[in-house]
Design a protein around this ligand. Structure first.
Ligand code: UD1
Length: 341
């Protein structure tokens, strides 16, 4: 019998692409998602792309312990892949307690349910944001110190601490925390992509919505950072590479017990202005933008040293910036208003 993976936040941007990858590799997939920033239609698209549907999908908040208990009781779950979380840096600065409540509370409830139901394998969606304000030009390794600059990042860092403590307390646990850099792009089919509720908080979906005419112009948050052109530099990674990284992570969960941490990035830094240029080339139309003030909580540059995962799993991201922009644009062009209501 094939292994059953519970994907929390499975209808979301990274979650839905990971469901496709897992279904295509023979796993049974169970999804739990509260749809606070995702559409139930994403799972219909997942079925179309993967050629078969997820085994079950539940609409619930992870902090609802009774609902979580019912999901674990109904399926023989082998591994949990935990994406469900709030994820907008700006919003986290405005509503810090909500971020701690949802992101830490959801993870705690999940660990509790895993212990009660004897599930010992977890892949956790962590973030490069925990490194905080890193020196420009120096790629970050997993051994660099954490210095989160906003509540979103602090909550991710606290979740890592929580998981490390759980592993000390329960030596039978195997946990992998994957610190993604900036996942962007979309499935090349144009069926799956990023469709945030409301005004996009991240640069790539905002760019795509400007290109398709839903928004007037992109605000570039600051051009006075100590980077080559003054705008923020990030390590953008194609969401299909991130999904593939999760599939490979599942194969390596059993390598060891306890908590392990890996970066998922490309090692390539791209500024906001370089991203705009690449997106213009992909969509063939100009992207109006204006330089505005820095966004609170933002940092100058974050670029991965992707060496540890390459060494441990012989895995590297394979898709470049042109593919990220072309695929993001294809999804936006084919779905100008995102998934159907
Ligand atoms: C943040 C987290 C990252 C996380 C992601 C999830 C930090 C440092 N990074 O990414 O770990 O995976 O959220 O959502 O906390 N920008 C503009 N205009 C916009 C939006 C963004 O200029 O309208 C700029 C930002 O200033 C930044 C870059 O674009 O330089 C990327 O921003 P964004 O896409 O929001 O991602 P991060 O904040 O880097």
């Amino acid at each position: 019998m094939s292994a059953t993976v519970l994907v929390t936040g499975g209808a979301g941007f990274i979650g839905s692409h990971t469901c496709v990858e897992l279904l295509q590799h023979g796993y049974e997939v169970v999804v739990i998602d509260d749809h606070s920033n995702s559409s139930p239609h994403a799972l219909e698209r997942v079925a179309k792309v993967a050629g078969r549907p997820v085994a079950a999908a539940y609409e619930a908040d992870l902090r609802d312990r009774a609902a979580l208990d019912r999901v674990f009781a109904a399926h023989r779950i082998d591994t949990v892949v935990h994406f469900a979380a709030k994820r907008a840096v700006g919003e986290s600065v405005e509503k810090p307690t909500e971020y701690y409540d949802v992101n830490l509370g959801g993870t705690t409830a999940l660990l509790h349910a895993m212990r009660v139901h004897g599930v010992q394998r977890l892949v956790f969606s962590s973030s490069c944001s925990i490194y905080g304000d890193a020196p420009v030009g120096i790629p970050l390794t997993e051994n660099d110190p954490a210095a989160p600059t906003n509540p979103y990042a602090t909550a991710k860092w606290l979740c890592e601490q929580l998981l490390a403590d759980a592993c000390r307390h329960q030596p039978e646990l195997s946990v992998l925390a994957l610190r993604y850099f900036n996942p962007v792009g979309a499935h090349p089919s144009g069926l799956l992509g990023e469709d945030p509720h409301g005004v996009p908080g991240n640069v790539m979906p905002y760019l795509a919505q400007v290109a398709v005419g839903r928004r007037d112009r992109l605000s570039v948050f600051g051009d006075d950072y100590p980077t080559a052109d003054g705008t923020g530099v990030r390590d953008y990674i194609h969401v299909v590479d991130v999904a593939d990284g999760h599939r490979v992570a599942l194969e390596h969960l059993g390598d060891d017990r306890g908590m392990r941490v890996f970066n998922l990035g490309t090692g390539v830094g791209t500024s906001v202005l370089e991203l705009i240029a690449a997106f213009q080339a992909a969509c063939g139309r100009p992207i109006p933008y204006e330089i505005t003030r820095r966004r609170p909580g933002d940092v100058a540059a974050l670029v991965a040293d992707p060496g540890a995962v390459a060494h441990a799993w012989n895995w590297t991201a394979s898709r470049g910036l042109a593919a990220m922009c072309a695929d993001a644009w294809r999804f936006q062009d084919l779905n100008p208003d995102g998934y159907p209501d």
